[in-house]
Design a protein around this ligand. Structure first.
Ligand SMILES: [Zn+2]
Length: 260
C-alpha cells in the first residue's frame, strides 16, 4: 500500500510540475498577419532588418509580434504610436536575434516618457538627464525609455548610440543574475577571461582620451558592455575597422554569423 501511495503521490507531483512548466513556457501563439504599417516602419527605419534575407525578415517580424504580446508598452504623459511600439520591439530583438528561443522573462512593461527623466522619474527639474533605465526593486520588471531618444537613434543613421538597445543589453546581461558586463548566460565560458581583460584595456583607453567609444562606457564594465553593444549594432563596419578585437569578441558573444 505504501508503495502504491508513493507512486500516486509521485505521479500527482509530476503532473502538477508539468502543468506549471507548460503554463510558464506557454508562448504567445501569433495567428494574425504582421501589420503592413509595422513592416513599413521596419523597412524605412531599421537598418538591421533591411540587411536580413527574406526568411530572417519573417522571423524578425514574428519575434516582434511575440514581444509585443508579452510586454506591455505604456505611455506616461505621451501617446504610444505604432512607430514607438515597433522601434521598442526591434531594439529588444536585435541583440538576441541569434537566440531563437529567447524571451525577456523578467520584463513585463516598458514605460515610455516623452523626454529624458531623472532617477525619481520626475520629468521636471534640473537633473533631466536619464535617457533610459532598467528598473530595480519595486520596478524590477519595468524598463523606462524616452520617446525622443528612442526615435532619434533610428533617425540618426551615422550615430553609435541607441538607448533602447543599450537597456535591452543590460537585461541580457542581467539574465545570469548580475549586471556586470559579463553576459555569462549567452557567452561561452572560454571567452569570459579575454572579454574581461579587453573591457578593462578599452576602459583605460577611454580614460586616457585615446578612444572613440562614448566616455560613458568607462563608468564600469556593465556600462562598457552596453555602450559598446550599441556601437556594434549601430555601426558594425566602423567598429570592426577601429576595434577589430572588440568586434570579434562581440560577434562571439552575440553569435553573429560571419557575413550574416
Ligand atoms: Zn546603462
Amino acid at each position: 500500500m505504501d508503495v502504491l501511495l508513493a507512486v500516486i503521490l509521485i505521479l500527482a507531483v509530476t503532473g502538477l510540475l508539468f502543468s506549471f512548466l507548460i503554463k510558464q513556457r506557454k508562448k504567445a501563439v501569433i495567428t494574425s498577419p504582421f501589420p503592413d504599417a509595422y513592416r513599413h516602419i521596419l523597412e524605412k527605419q531599421v537598418p538591421f532588418y533591411q540587411q536580413l534575407n527574406e526568411n530572417n525578415k519573417n522571423e524578425f517580424e514574428k519575434r516582434i509580434q511575440q514581444f509585443l504580446e508579452q510586454v506591455r508598452i505604456t505611455g506616461v504623459k505621451t501617446t504610444v504610436e505604432d512607430l514607438d511600439k515597433v522601434l521598442i520591439a526591434a531594439s529588444a530583438i536585435i541583440p538576441i536575434f541569434n537566440f531563437p528561443g529567447w524571451e525577456y522573462i523578467h520584463l513585463h512593461e516598458v514605460l515610455l516618457y516623452p523626454d529624458s527623466f531623472n532617477h525619481d522619474f520626475e520629468q521636471q527639474g534640473n537633473s533631466r538627464n536619464v535617457l533610459g533605465m532598467v528598473g530595480n526593486g519595486a520596478l524590477n520588471h519595468v524598463m523606462i525609455l524616452s520617446k525622443h531618444q528612442l526615435r532619434q537613434a533610428f533617425i540618426n543613421k551615422t550615430g553609435k548610440e541607441n538607448t533602447a538597445i543599450h537597456e535591452f543589453v543590460h537585461l541580457v546581461d542581467k539574465t545570469d543574475g548580475d549586471i556586470d558586463g559579463i553576459p555569462a548566460f549567452i557567452m561561452e565560458r572560454k571567452y569570459i577571461q579575454p572579454w574581461l581583460q579587453l573591457m578593462q584595456h578599452e576602459i583605460k583607453l577611454i580614460n586616457e582620451d585615446k578612444s572613440d567609444i562614448d566616455p560613458y562606457g568607462a563608468t564600469n564594465e556593465a556600462e562598457f558592455f552596453a555602450v559598446v553593444s550599441e556601437y556594434f549594432f549601430e555601426r558594425p563596419k566602423l567598429l570592426k575597422e577601429k576595434h577589430p578585437e572588440l568586434y570579434e569578441l562581440l560577434e562571439k558573444i552575440f553569435c553573429k554569423q560571419p557575413g550574416g
